[in-house]
Design a protein around this ligand. Structure first.
Ligand code: C2O
Length: 557
């Protein structure tokens, strides 16, 4: 294992991700940010300089558990103080497990402004993946809005509320095409975009050789969109999800929600005289965004030779039965994925709702508490015992009440403006989530996807309606071979049951990975055995009440 050092500067810059020039947040002049490639067991050291002129920044390493380094998790107001303009913060952490990961901003809605990139961890020297392949292709998927995140954030917190709407484009490795199609011949009314060139929005070309097997690493960092990926004429065999091996299964296309990552194997066994489309479209919401396309280029065909066939059609956006069928096939890999603990020590039931606040503002909440982030990050204030720096004593309840009918539209109670903080010793916990239809917007319910920092969890099961407890649904949970993941989907009007072992002291966000949902409060924070966290680096606590305490010589050892 070795240490890999990176010097990064985050800054705003002009870029044309979908051929329209906008401002993106880039790293070292690149969008998406540089790919980190490491081997399991390596230490990653990123010296991150904030080159944004007027706002803070942090970077979260999605899927990396930060065992023993909770201050490097990169969550503003939770694990660290945001890095001020012109300042540098050093992230130092071990990537302990091979897999497909990514990183992204975790302050305001900076992820949606383009602050993201890939993080790929290969097996340690001498170890082998439990599957074989000849080459690799990396696909980082995102969605893109023409309105700035500042306009979006003002809209979300305005009264009346202004929703961000659907993205203008979908991006593959930061590239998309707005207002034209690479496959115009198959897209009524579309004009043909140029298929070559060196513009930011030039199509992604994926060169492959015939009769080889490729590992496609696919991750989604979308702000909103749930995606589906297919490659014309080719089957995909799913082998990894969120940095954990899964029992291999073959499909024509994969669903991928924000925060998910997968590896799929593809064998180039088709007609070698043709190129093929990779198509990424929207699912789960009525799509108003054209699919993103890339070209799988069988060498030695010319890259600019567009596939003659139509791109694979994205399955119907509202075919949830199909989405569920895909998700349910994801299981832990036999002989590799450890089984979950048979019982849990604590059970937490969380309900996501969209609430109207007293004054009419719209917020999202969990168990009727909308997460707002405090001036002093939780990790510092809890570790240094600064109880008064906690935004309120509000400790959300571990349950939302048995009587709640997720199928019924009804008025939700007005939540308090409070932040959630659950404190406990190291215990095993069991969480499940459920989504309600909102009272003023009854046309369709959307999925949410919950992501947990600092841990992988087993996804024990899914179901419709309310969770019926031990007597009913608990008995049907899969304790034999559930997958380990860091992000899980919650289907509309449904529940998802996860279990995790609280074995990583720290303060960890558990939230919806949809950026506007998180920004408007759909999250909780698990404070886990904070007394066992070792001394915090000063730079992580150099703001708010922890800074004051440090200056007074109190607290920080
Ligand atoms: Cu990728 Cu807190 O999430």
């Amino acid at each position: 294992a070795k240490a890999r050092h990176f010097r990064w500067e985050v800054s705003n810059m002009f870029w044309s991700p979908d051929c329209e020039e906008k401002v993106v947040i880039g790293i070292n002049g690149q969008f998406p940010g540089p790919t980190i490639r490491a081997k399991a067991g390596d230490t990653i050291v990123v010296h991150l300089k904030n080159g944004l002129h007027t706002e803070g920044v942090v970077i979260h390493w999605h899927g990396i558990r930060q065992i023993g380094t909770p201050w490097a998790d990169g969550t503003a107001s939770i694990s660290q103080c945001a890095i001020n303009p012109e300042e540098t913060f050093t992230y130092r952490f071990v990537v302990d497990k091979p897999g497909t990961y990514f990183y992204h901003g975790h302050y305001g809605m900076q992820r949606a402004a383009g602050l993201y990139g890939s993080l790929i961890v290969d097996v340690a020297d001498g170890d082998e993946e439990p599957f074989k392949y000849d080459g690799e292709i990396n696909l980082l998927l995102s969605d893109w809005y023409h309105e700035s995140i500042y306009t979006q954030m003002v809209g979300l917190s305005s009264n009346p509320f202004r929703w961000i709407g659907e993205p203008q484009s979908l991006l593959i490795n930061g590239r998309g095409q707005f207002n034209c199609s690479l496959a115009a011949a198959h897209t009524p009314g579309a004009k043909q975009c140029a298929a070559a060139g060196n513009r930011h929005c030039a199509p992604v070309i994926l060169p492959v050789l015939p009769n080889k097997t490729y590992r496609l690493r696919v991750a989604s960092t979308t702000s909103l969109a749930s995606l589906n990926l297919a490659v014309g004429n080719h089957k995909l065999t799913v082998v990894e999800a969120d940095g954990n091996y899964v029992e291999p299964f073959a499909v024509d296309d994969i669903d991928i929600y924000s925060g998910d990552s997968y590896s799929v194997l593809l064998t180039t066994d088709q007609d070698t005289s043709a190129n093929y489309w990779v198509s990424v479209g929207v699912r789960g919401r009525q799509p108003r965004t054209a699919p993103a396309l890339a070209v799988l280029n069988y060498r030695p065909n010319r890259a600019s030779r567009l596939p003659a066939a139509a791109p694979p059609a994205t399955p119907a956006w509202d075919d949830f039965a199909r989405s569920k069928a895909f998700t349910y096939r994801i299981l832990g890999r036999a002989g590799v994925t450890p089984p979950p603990p048979a019982t849990s020590d604590r059970r937490i039931e969380l309900l996501n709702t969209q609430n109207r606040m007293g004054g009419g503002h719209v917020k999202w909440s969990i168990n009727n508490v909308s997460m707002v982030l405090p001036a002093t990050p939780y990790l510092g204030s809890l570790k240094m015992g600064l109880r008064s720096a906690l935004p309120s004593a509000a400790r959300p309840s571990d349950t939302f009440g048995r009587g709640y009918d997720v199928m019924r539209r009804r008025r939700t109670r007005t939540p308090r403006w409070a932040t959630t903080c659950t404190c406990s010793r190291t215990t095993r916990r069991w969480t499940w989530c459920s989504r309600t239809r909102t009272r003023w917007r009854g046309t369709s319910a959307r999925c949410t996807r919950g992501t947990l920092h600092g841990h992988d969890f087993w996804v024990l099961g899914y179901g419709d309606g309310a969770f019926r407890g031990d007597a009913g649904d608990a008995a049907a949970l899969n304790l034999r071979n559930p997958p380990l993941r860091n992000t899980a989907v919650i289907f509309p009007y449904g529940w998802t049951a996860i279990r995790f072992v609280a074995d990583n002291p720290g303060v960890w966000a558990f939230h919806c990975h949809i950026e506007p949902h998180l920004h408007m409060g759909m999250g909780v924070i698990f404070a886990e055995a904070v007394d066992r966290v070792s001394e915090l680096p000063k730079a992580a606590v150099s703001c708010g009440a922890t800074a004051t305490a440090l200056m007074a010589g109190a607290g920080g050892h």
